[in-house]
Design a protein around this ligand. Structure first.
Ligand code: CAA
Length: 261
């Protein structure tokens, strides 16, 4: 098994559960967290028995309170630029992960914490969750996708207000605004998210990847190109063994057993 400095990783059947584990700094995202998550997602992606992942925060207070301010405070601007600071989140976490994963947001999701949650395929939030992009207060701006993903998720008016004032949005406003899929009591967050992940894990895995690619394409392309891509993915999936099994199982009134082939 892999060992990690800043996260806990366990498997629950076909679900990989990743817990951000720096509770003393409210799970602030430093470079070690980024590298640990890259390794954990690579292991998840490579294991054919793992079909859905969850990222959550340790403790009851925070999912993640942002990028680690203490790591950034004295870092020279040229180093941010030469490292292309934050780029690995997009290239090695978001783009490298074709399988579905869910953010279970259990408290503060601020700055990079909100941005990490938005990298997930969807968010399930506890009632005490709070979302925000408070970077402006620090003399910076969002750097891990907040200005782009929040705007796509909730529209210009609210995204602009949140980025300019740094105010927090509670879980119910986040659900009304389309940022989160569902709000549940904190005590039920892990169970509810596991149930959802297990339901996804029971789906034909190639079809799940296809659905994810298609929904994501809606943010990147014209309607016509998106509809063409949708038909092509649909048509490709008809060639899979799991399509024969899925349709056969429906007609024979039994549960399908899917292989990812
Ligand atoms: N980075 C580093 N340490 C952090 C942190 C962060 N983002 N957020 C909290 N911590 C640390 C605190 O410094 C404190 O550590 P000490 O005990 O050593 O002092 C510990 O976590 C507990 O935090 P607080 O005492 O502040 O807890 P609180 O309950 O009073 O407040 C909070 C909670 C409102 C979330 C507050 O901690 C806070 O405002 N945190 C910073 C939020 C923020 O600005 N996030 C954006 C960061 S920049 C960014 O993310 C850039 C980007 O786009 C990627």
């Amino acid at each position: 098994a892999m060992s990690y400095e800043t996260i806990l990783v366990e498997t629950r059947g076909p679900v990989t559960l990743i817990t951000l584990n720096r509770p003393k700094s409210l799970n602030a995202l430093n470079s070690s967290v980024c590298e640990d998550l890259i390794k954990a997602f690579a292991a998840f992606e490579a294991d054919p028995d793992q079909r859905c992942a969850i990222v959550t925060g340790s403790g009851e207070k925070a999912f993640a309170a942002g990028a680690d301010i203490k790591e950034m405070a004295d870092k020279p601007a040229a180093a941010f630029f030469s490292e292309d600071f934050f780029s690995r989140w997009t290239s090695h976490v978001v783009k490298a992960t074709r399988k579905p994963w869910i953010a279970a947001v259990n408290g503060f999701a601020l700055g990079g914490g909100c941005e990490l949650a938005m990298m997930a395929d969807f968010i399930i939030a506890s009632e005490n969750a709070k979302f925000g992009q408070p970077e402006v207060k620090l003399g910076i701006a969002p750097g891990m996708g907040g200005s782009q993903r929040l705007t796509r998720a909730i529209g210009k008016a609210k995204a602009m207000e949140m980025c300019l004032t740094g105010r927090m949005m509670d879980a119910h406003e986040a659900e009304r605004s389309g940022l989160v899929a569902r709000v549940v009591p904190l005590a039920d967050l892990l169970d509810e998210t596991l149930k959802t992940a297990e339901a996804i894990a029971a789906m034909p895995p190639l079809a799940a990847i296809g659905c994810k690619e298609l929904v994501n394409a809606a943010f990147e392309t014209t309607l016509d190109q998106g509809l063409l891509f949708e038909r092509r993915v649909f048509q490709v999936l008809t060639a899979t063994e799991d399509k024969a099994e899925g349709m056969g199982a429906f007609i024979e009134k039994r549960a399908g057993v899917f292989k990812g082939k």
